[in-house]
Design a protein around this ligand. Structure first.
Ligand code: ADP
Ligand code: MG
Length: 693
């Protein structure tokens, strides 16, 4: 097709307009055809003004009775343009803020299409800031009236009319030449419209049912193209030889019977899934989702022991030094009494700061250390294993995709377990992690009491402090979290320090307070954490470095200052630091939330403590693109498809991807040629993937 034809080829596109398109990522005809409307207006039937109801959105066709402009009495620079409009059935007022140029157009008698929400003002119907479009040549205006009309997000310098005309020209000229790269049999199996029909009807639908079909086909296509590389990666992996582990053995039995608790049935189920993978001759790549506090660490530790009892080594990577140290201490203690073929199990700790790292390198290389726990420091080239067969990546969202892939390279196709405490709905997990197998721990250990979450304003914060003090008086401990945002790091740390001093001299006088933040040396951080763990401190003022993993069950209270500055999932992670024992815990959010979004976040926190619910809520508030940040940019490429609502379609697309690649992984057969081209255009790295194996 016109894949690479520049849009400058189109009539009416000069360098200037091409530039404003380029700003929206549109350079070619194909990209223009894939620039979809933001919404539609049914202009076959307009609503009558007499039938409008307050609070609803309408499209109406009106004539200008009078128009004018005045400056706001409040602020000079603020202009208000008003118009009285009417159709045959009634009148309505419209108001636009700060669009003074509008006045020129609001000539009495001009025809105008309006779209907006009807509100009541001084007892009369009014639309505020409605979208509008003038109709000047009604006779021959088949693109803009008397049909379902697309509404676009406009590049600079375009009107809806000029945009429609341009896309119509592109369609007329290029659609006849377009070839569908989805194979015919795939389309007919899934009742998908062909590409030309779909593009035509997504822009200029003849009727709404056709628009729906077009949407379905184009969403399917997005899912499908997105799944292909994931599925291929998964198939390729299954072809690689993995390590067959000895899954049944005395070591893990001894470990389990030494635990002070019984594994939950969810933990047991997941352990079985992991065992099956580890026993098989294919390399494992498994994502383990589980809410904060659901007990993922112990499952991962068991998997490490399977590697060890099979005569291999394991590596456990975590994002922070504090967490590395915590895991190291806990796991060392848990393994203390265990013996494997006459020897004790040796655990090593490797972080950026270690003076002993040369020694650790040596011992790992010689196989004397069975399990090494550490931060990114594990990725250093100097660390070489004698026989690495299993790796864990904890809190995976804190690592980049590239980093996650590095650790396993230190072994010969070791099994990989990836842990995440931000559980996401299954379909979304498939969309993003379709190359992994997925396990879920959907249950908390018995006896956990849900954390009580309360929200106080700045003014009412004393009430929150009172709750905290009560907890401290019972001999329990508390955290106060202060937001630190990257850009203003130094400033925020200063804020945290100031608050620490104020609290120590004021509200919490008489208690033992500590302060911890990312600017402290690792050694100082350790000392403070150790003191807190040993109950030599009652209250720890901290930045978000405590966000992940920290496990101190005696801490039963957390105060979050300026809670509006945290994201929802982050708040949930923070809250996961308390409620880890059998005591009632309290999370106190202090915030004068201003925006609707921040209020929604705090409300979600107060009303739910379930991580799955929270992340769904977060996804709703922020949308998947924001939710995952830049790291998972792939999701942003889904322009139409929605993993949350189009579950069936996603599943169908994935099934088709598996079917296709199982039979023609390199897309060499003739009917797959176009698809291959398209795929390589979107994912150039796919070429390499296709060639291996
Ligand atoms: P996360 O899944 O957030 O990483 P952890 O693995 O840190 O959670 O576990 C949280 C706490 O629960 C730890 O103190 C751990 O020892 C404890 N724990 C784990 N499994 C169980 C269980 N089955 N019963 C009781 N406590 C458990
Ligand atoms: Mg954890």
């Amino acid at each position: 097709m016109a894949q690479n034809t520049s849009i400058q080829y189109l009539k009416g596109i000069g360098p200037k307009r091409a530039k404003s398109f380029a700003l929206r990522g549109i350079n070619t005809i194909e990209e223009l055809l894939y620039y979809f409307p933001r919404r539609y207006e049914d202009r076959t039937n307009f609503s009558n003004i007499s039938e409008l109801k307050e609070g609803d959105f309408y499209t109406i066709k009106t004539e200008v009775l009078s128009g004018g402009q005045r400056n706001s009495w409040r602020r000079r620079a603020f202009s208000i343009t008003e118009a009285a409009l009417a159709d045959k059935t009634g009148k309505i007022n419209c108001v636009w803020f700060n669009q003074p140029y509008l006045k020129e157009y609001l000539e009495t008698g001009a025809s105008l299409i309006l779209y907006g929400k009807v509100e009541m003002y001084n007892g009369r119907m009014q639309m505020n800031n409605p979208e509008f479009e003038f109709i000047d040549c009604e006779d021959d205006d088949s693109l803009n009236i008397g049909r379902i009309v697309p509404i676009y997000t406009l590049p600079q310098g375009f009107s809806q009319r000029s945009m429609r005309q341009l896309i119509k020209n592109a369609i007329d000229e290029f659609l006849p030449k377009i070839k569908d790269y989805l194979p015919f049999d795939l389309r007919s199996r899934n009742n998908l419209l062909n590409l030309a029909q779909s593009l035509l009807n997504i822009h200029f639908p003849q009727e709404l049912t056709l628009q729906k079909q077009a949407l379905m086909r184009l969403s399917f296509e997005e899912f499908f193209i997105f799944q292909l590389p994931l599925v291929l990666r998964k198939l390729r992996r299954k072809e690689k030889k993995g390590i067959r582990h000895a899954i049944d053995g005395k070591l893990i039995d001894d470990f389990i019977s030494g635990l002070p608790f019984k594994l939950t049935s969810a933990q047991q189920k997941v352990l079985e899934e992991i065992k099956t993978d580890m026993a098989s001759g294919q390399a494992m790549q498994r994502l383990l989702q589980g809410d904060v506090g659901s007990g993922k660490t112990v499952v991962a530790t068991l998997a490490c022991l399977i590697a060890i009892q099979s005569g291999y080594q394991a590596a456990f990577m975590v994002p922070t030094e504090i967490l590395a140290r915590q895991h190291y201490t806990k796991i060392t203690a848990q393994l203390a009494g265990l013996v494997f073929s006459g020897c004790k199990i040796r655990v090593g700790l490797l972080t950026g700061q270690d003076k002993e790292k040369e020694k650790i390198y040596q011992e790992v290389k010689e196989g004397e250390i069975n399990l090494v726990i550490g931060t990114h420091a594990l990725l250093q080239e100097e660390l070489r294993f004698k026989a690495l067969s299993f790796t864990v990546i904890d809190e995976q969202h804190k690592f980049g995709v590239g980093q996650r892939a590095l650790l396993p390279k230190k072994g010969n196709n070791p099994d990989v377990l990836i842990l995440t405490a931000t559980p996401i709905p299954r379909t979304l997990a498939i969309t993003l992690y379709g190359d992994l197998d997925i396990s879920v721990i959907n249950q908390l250990p018995a006896g956990r009491i849900p954390v009580k979450t309360l929200h106080f304003s700045q003014q009412g914060r004393e009430k929150g402090f009172t709750i905290a003090k009560e907890e401290l008086n019972y001999g329990r401990q508390a955290y106060i979290i202060y937001p630190v945002i990257e850009e203003s790091y130094a400033l925020d740390i200063a804020g945290a320090k100031k608050m620490f001093v104020e609290l120590r001299e004021g509200e919490f006088k008489g208690f033992r307070l500590g302060l911890i933040h990312g600017k402290l040396k690792a050694k100082e951080q350790q000392e403070i954490m150790l003191k807190f763990r040993n109950k030599e401190l009652d209250l720890l003022v901290s930045t978000t470095i405590l966000e992940v993993g920290i496990d101190i069950p005696n801490a039963t209270c957390m105060i979050v200052a300026y809670a509006e500055r945290f994201g929802l999932s982050q708040l949930h992670q923070l809250r996961g630091r308390i409620g880890r024992g059998n005591l009632q815990s309290f999370c106190i959010l202090i915030s004068d939330a201003q925006t609707e979004e921040s209020r929604a976040r705090l409300q979600a926190m107060v009303s739910s403590s379930d991580g799955f619910r929270i992340s769904e809520e977060d996804l709703k508030i922020r949308g998947p693109g924001e939710f995952f940040g830049n790291r998972q940019h792939g999701l942003a490429e889904l322009k139409l498809a929605n993993s949350l609502t189009q579950m069936q379609l996603l599943k169908a697309a994935r099934q088709e991807a598996i079917k296709l690649l199982s039979q023609d992984a390199r897309l060499e057969e003739r009917p797959h040629q176009l698809l291959k081209e398209k795929l390589l255009q979107r994912f150039p790295e796919y070429e390499k993937l296709m060639l291996v194996g």
